[in-house]
Ligand binder design. Sequence first.
Ligand code: PBG
Length: 331
Amino acid sequence: MNRSYPNTRLRRTRAHGWSRAMHRETVMTSADLIWPLFVTDGSDAEEPVESLPGVSRWSVDNIAKRAKEAVSLGIPCIALFPNTPSDLRSDDGGEALNPDNLMCRAIRAVRDACGTDIGILTDVALDPYTSHGQDGLLDDAGYVVNDDTVAVLVDQAVNQAEAGADIIAPSDMMDGRVRAIRMALEMAGHHNVQIMAYAAKYASAFYGPFRDAVGSSGLLKGDKTTYQMDPANADEAMAEIALDIAEGADSVMVKPGLAYLDIIWRARQRFDVPVFAYQVSGEYALIEAGAQLGIGDRDALLMEKLLAFKRAGCSGVLTYHAPAAARILNG
Ligand code: PBG
């Protein structure tokens, strides 16, 4: 029999709440969330980030409290980003290798406070540590050099793993860094440290508030188009993802999120590793600004956008809305 009216009335299953619940295809829970947190120097400090309303930088002691909050909300993982004091930023980003830098201190504080109740994801890239705001080392012409940068990223990753990071997330977009980091982690005995590769990371206009939060926006000259991807490209994203998997990534990230749902969907169809989305700072800020303008209910706006990632096939979403979403989901 043809699937046609009136044999088929798709509104039948929508008529009552119980039925809508029973037929819901996509379910989101707080376990789908990764909460990014900004770390700043000092103690008992909270510095609101102006361009990210509702988001603050926290001192190391307060980061541990946020991590406990994450555990109580059912959020399985936090992602740490340091706002390195400006006198510790340099051309070569050497502070990234300091075992007592803000990032490593925050990792240890979270581990002390939460044990293994929470996953700690750490970003690997040099931009929070360089005086020029680029993710790698520059040659005389100001070009970000690949192989010398990878050598530093490897040491940065091992430094984070030694401090206790569970997931290393290279966000630098250098070629070959996943293989180099994987080999170094194995050699150092960190067999169970995961790599979540920012495999398809675009040169995006949506990163502005993040650069404010880590203090690199005033420093950055030029853009990142010689290493981050062209927003016009999708086949190239599949090539990036294939390489990162071959090099040893346990999972991959697509970034930004909502403007790149097609990339998530294609990656999901094509590869058998978990795909995560990074809903970036500009996306968060737009939702908050829209709610402020009365465009819609904030909670409804943010949940609808997060659900889109799950529907597109994501295993989880890294989002500044993680605590808000967890509260909504936990009722
Ligand atoms: C660092 C990094 C960036 C973001 C995450 N890691 C900024 C950039 O590439 O310039 C952006 C995240 C966001 O906007 O929320 N390489």
